[in-house]
Design a protein around this ligand. Structure first.
Ligand code: C2E
Ligand code: SIN
Ligand code: SIN
Ligand code: FE
Length: 386
């Protein structure tokens, strides 16, 4: 390849790099993508992205290729990587073993032989160090000045994406926390084990979605949105919700409105997660054959998230004690789900339920007979709020 061709190829790779990393919000996958790209573009043998953990003052990396999944931690200021982070300057060395800053422990651990290293700081827009890029063992010779420039350029592109993903991650964690607390408060009157029921619903729904082969993003959507399915029960009077026996037909008509109340509470929300939660709240009592409520939706007209949660909800409601019924054996509950195949439930979802049933049972067994009290939420607090 001629020099201009080489440059053009690299430029194209860089443009592609920018596109690839801007769409990935999962931090683990993002770091994998970045490491893979750095390796390709710089023609290094191994590439790692180290992220600065300000709490412990260490740099961690999970994507050292060739030794997957291992988490390496390097103290700030120590080793090549730690020095790049503390000085904010890149380091380009031809022979690591001749450099006193290099720490051989990792090579000893992995049996890998590091020779050349190019490490550049990752800085955010404000110029703060958020991590270090490290490329190791250039395949043909040594890292040169052009490699230095390219890696720094990739670093500035990546820093923005990494910060974004970190933000997204902390956001969805606190969102989940809020969602659980909101949902527990809403259902608190209803059941002894609201917290467990909601966790079951969340995990069963995610397992089923996984069993259906849905993409990761949708699995996470179901996981986070499902705990809100019964939030509309806040609008149901104690006399009905807590009735220790069978509901009269009039009372059940009133009870059915929890789907509409839930939809009303959630549907104006801007967050796409709450939009999904809204569909689930509205449609989790619809039945596949069109005999459910509130809208008698049929088949594919019922949002897929709601079809999933409906299986998870009924299975867990049967397995948990209710004011109106004792708990069922999980095997009996499973048979009920199978008997309702193509009636209440979508066969594709029952099929996925069967596929992941062993995992569902594991989650069920782990909490069977135990109650979780969420600290800070007390019955008194609840009474004052509603
Ligand atoms: P839930 O207790 O969370 O139950 C969710 C769904 O699980 C029920 O939706 C139903 O499809 C299924 N399920 C629960 N227990 C049984 C059962 O013993 N047998 C059968 N075949 N299915 C069961 P559904 O029926 O639309 O009820 C919605 C909500 O209405 C229930 O939520 C519960 O809060 C309330 N509810 C329903 N029936 C009664 C009742 O007889 N007494 C009282 N106090 N509440 C009831
Ligand atoms: C170092 O930073 O000195 C070693 C880390 C590595 O080789 O990845
Ligand atoms: C309870 O004391 O009713 C249980 C509380 C909970 O599981 O959230
Ligand atoms: Fe419900």
């Amino acid at each position: 390849m001629t020099r201009p061709e080489e440059l053009e190829k690299r430029l194209n790779l860089l443009v592609k790099f920018g596109g690839l990393i801007s769409v990935e919000t999962n931090i683990t996958r993002l770091l994998e993508v970045i490491a893979g790209q750095v390796q390709t573009i710089l023609n290094g043998d191994r590439c790692s992205v180290f992220i600065l953990d300000r709490q412990t003052n260490e740099l961690w990396s999970k994507v050292a290729q060739g030794m997957q999944q291992t988490e390496i931690r390097v103290p700030f200021g120590k080793g090549i990587v730690g020095n790049v982070a503390s000085s904010g300057q890149f380091i380009n060395i031809k022979d690591a073993y001749q450099d006193i800053r290099f720490n051989r422990d990792l090579d000893m651990m992995t049996g890998y032989q590091t020779r050349s290293i190019l490490a550049v700081p990752l800085k955010n827009v404000a110029g703060k160090i958020i991590g270090v890029f490290e490329a190791i063992n250039k395949r043909d010779g040594f890292f040169d000045a052009e490699d230095e420039g390219i890696l720094q350029l990739m670093g500035s592109l990546a820093a923005a994406a990494i910060e974004n993903a970190q933000l997204y991650e902390s956001l969805s964690k606190s969102q989940l926390e809020t969602i659980y607390r909101l949902a527990i408060t809403a259902e608190y009157r209803d059941q002894q084990d609201t917290a467990i029921h909601l966790r079951h619903i969340s995990e069963y729904s995610a397992l089923i979605a996984h069993g259906m082969g849905l993409p990761e993003r949708e699995i996470e959507n179901v996981r986070y949105a499902s705990p809100l399915h019964d939030i509309g029960k806040v609008g149901i009077a104690d006399a009905i919700l807590l009735k220790p026996g069978k509901l009269t037909p009039e009372e059940f008509e009133e009870m059915k409105k929890h789907t509409l109340y839930g939809a009303k509470i959630l549907c104006n929300a801007e967050s796409s997660l709450l939009q999904i939660a809204c569909k689930v709240a509205a449609s989790h009592h619809e039945k596949f054959n069109g005999t459910g409520y509130p809208a008698k939706l049929k088949g594919e007209h019922i949002p897929v998230y709601a079809r999933i949660v409906s299986v998870a909800d009924v299975f867990d409601a049967l397995c948990m004690p209710r004011v109106y019924k004792p708990k069922w054996d999980p095997e009996k509950a499973r048979e009920y789900i199978l008997a309702e195949n193509d009636k209440a439930f979508d066969p594709a979802i029952v099929n996925a339920f069967e596929k992941v049933y062993d995992d569902i049972l594991k989650i069920y067994s782990a909490t069977d007979g135990r109650t979780t009290i969420i600290p800070g939420i007390t019955r008194e607090l609840h009474r004052h709020n509603f």
